[in-house]
Design a protein around this ligand. Structure first.
Ligand SMILES: *[C@@H]1O[C@H](CO)[C@@H](O)[C@H](O)[C@H]1NC(C)=O
Ligand SMILES: *[C@@H]1O[C@H](CO)[C@@H](O)[C@H](O)[C@H]1NC(C)=O
Ligand SMILES: *[C@@H]1O[C@H](CO)[C@@H](O)[C@H](O)[C@H]1NC(C)=O
Length: 449
């Protein structure tokens, strides 16, 4: 029970930090020392580093920047498709493996640590655990885990609330923050400098891994200790944000107008069996919510209309010359549009994910259904994650827990978008909604009602 409470506290803190991560899309890291390679090696090498010293932070003056060949960032750390992946342990439901550690203070290089006090605090606790283990034997072992599930999209569709309710299941443990944005932004850093390395992403699951390690079920045969706990995160940029696709080594062919490889391929390479959750809503409503949440300048339904009209114009102009896929992945088009119209073109992104993942590996949800009946949606999610059903008591707790990340009263007071804006956006999105409904064979994704 006490571990449940700790999880609860951790979660509550996590929601506070969530807001911060949305703002802190790019993280700067101060230069610190580089660990010698042998301290980080486990049974098998996770990332093939030709020369570990290349991970040294470089001054942000461009002189020591990545060597650029053509338009691509020539950086082996970014070459995710050629990264060697560990075999996961068979007696863990979650993807996990063991690594040796030789010193307890292993988080000095971790770029996430500057994000929040909360993360640093969790690392202090972990270091104590490693100290204890190293006092017993050198090297000591640490269980390393990656997410069993990812909520990959979309922003302003209820993912924060959904994630918080998933985490209420007793067999779910979470990292200190919901959105690690590693697959999209943080693994690249800013212009591929100050990037967060794969092992530092994995560090964020170390605390969850301790809990996973400590929970077992003995089978009848008594042969295996089965570890049933799972972990996951909810970076809602993962589904759509490929803004730097043309810098990545895998897409370095200069004649490409749109990405050959997207986040879907990267996630699939590292986590072929991951459980993916996508929550969407009527893209017209999503855009208004996105506008109210992210726009800094003065906001009103009238200003929203003129911005939306402009963005629709930019995309219509682009699709006169290029295919829609090329437009939604084009950084210059996105920035011209000035608002995130593209995030609602769900079908384009989902086609890329369904190219590499089986249909039943992705759970497609609608915020409209979730808002109407959270418990029945959660039952679907738990079943999808192969989690046991929850008891009545917890169900009541879930029902009675207030929504997380709701629209603020001051923004609610601005009122709805204008009817003509809704008509214009519905018209723009209708063709893509139709594609989505066809792709998922489900007319609810037409948002016709
Ligand atoms: C680059 O892409 C073009 C267009 O897709 C293709 O024809 C060409 O073979 C590619 N070149 C290489 C080196 O992969
Ligand atoms: C993106 O679109 C612009 C036009 O707005 C075009 O000049 C550019 O080549 C496109 N970039 C890519 C990578 O397709
Ligand atoms: C779309 O293209 C037309 C014709 O070139 C141009 O006049 C208009 O400004 C463009 N719209 C946007 C929003 O860029």
């Amino acid at each position: 029970m006490s571990s449940t409470r700790t999880r609860g506290n951790r979660l509550r803190a996590a929601w506070v930090i969530c807001g911060l991560t949305v703002v802190a899309l790019v993280i700067y890291i101060s230069p610190v020392y580089v660990q010698p390679p042998n301290q980080a090696t486990g049974r098998r090498l996770l990332i093939k580093h030709n020369d570990f010293t290349q991970n040294k932070r470089v001054p942000n003056d461009g002189s020591e920047a990545q060597k650029v060949t053509g338009r691509s960032w020539n950086d082996p750390d970014l070459d995710l498709l050629h990264m060697e992946i560990n075999e996961f342990l068979p007696n863990f439901k979650n993807p996990c493996w063991y690594e040796n550690i030789y010193s307890p203070d292993i988080y000095q290089e971790n770029g996430y640590a500057i994000l929040s006090k909360h993360i640093r605090k969790s690392m202090v606790k972990l270091i104590q655990v490693w100290e204890y283990r190293l006092s017993k034997s050198v090297p000591a072992r640490r269980l390393r885990c990656l997410p069993y599930f990812l909520i990959i999209g979309q922003p302003k569709c209820g993912s924060t609330d959904l994630y918080s309710k998933i985490a209420m299941h007793p067999d779910v443990v979470t990292p200190p923050i919901k959105e690690l944005h590693w697959w999209t932004r943080n693994r690249q850093g800013k212009n591929s400098k100050d990037k967060i390395l794969f092992q530092h992403y994995v560090d964020m699951f170390d605390e969850a891994a301790l809990e996973i390690e400590s929970h077992t079920i003995d089978t009848k045969e008594g042969r295996w200790d089965l570890h049933p706990l799972i972990t996951g995160e909810g970076s809602v940029s993962t589904l759509w944000d490929n803004v730097n696709w043309w810098h990545l080594p895998e897409n370095s062919n200069n004649s490409l107008l749109e990405p050959k490889y997207t986040n879907a391929d990267y996630v699939h390479h590292v986590l072929p069996d991951v459980h993916l959750i996508v929550i969407m809503r009527d893209p017209t409503d999503r855009l208004y919510s996105d506008y109210l949440y992210f726009h800094k300048k003065s906001k009103s339904p009238v200003l929203f209309h003129s911005l939306a009209e402009h963005a629709v114009g930019v995309f219509r102009n682009c699709t006169k010359l290029y295919g829609i896929r090329s437009c939604v992945y084009n950084a210059s088009v996105i920035s011209q549009a000035k608002m995130r119209l593209h995030i609602g073109i769900y079908s384009i992104y989902l086609r890329d994910w369904l190219k590499v993942f089986a249909r039943d590996q992705i759970l497609f949800l609608r915020l409209e259904d979730y808002a109407e009946d959270k418990v029945s949606t959660l039952r679907r999610v738990y079943k999808f994650l192969k989690l046991g059903p929850i008891d009545d008591k917890r169900e009541t707790v879930i029902r009675e827990t207030p929504d997380v990340n709701k629209r603020k009263p001051v923004l609610k007071a601005l009122g709805n978008m204008l009817p003509k804006t809704r008509r214009m956006l519905n018209k723009f999105y209708s063709v893509y909604n139709q594609q989505l409904a066809t792709l998922l064979d489900d007319n609810r994704f037409l948002w016709n009602s």
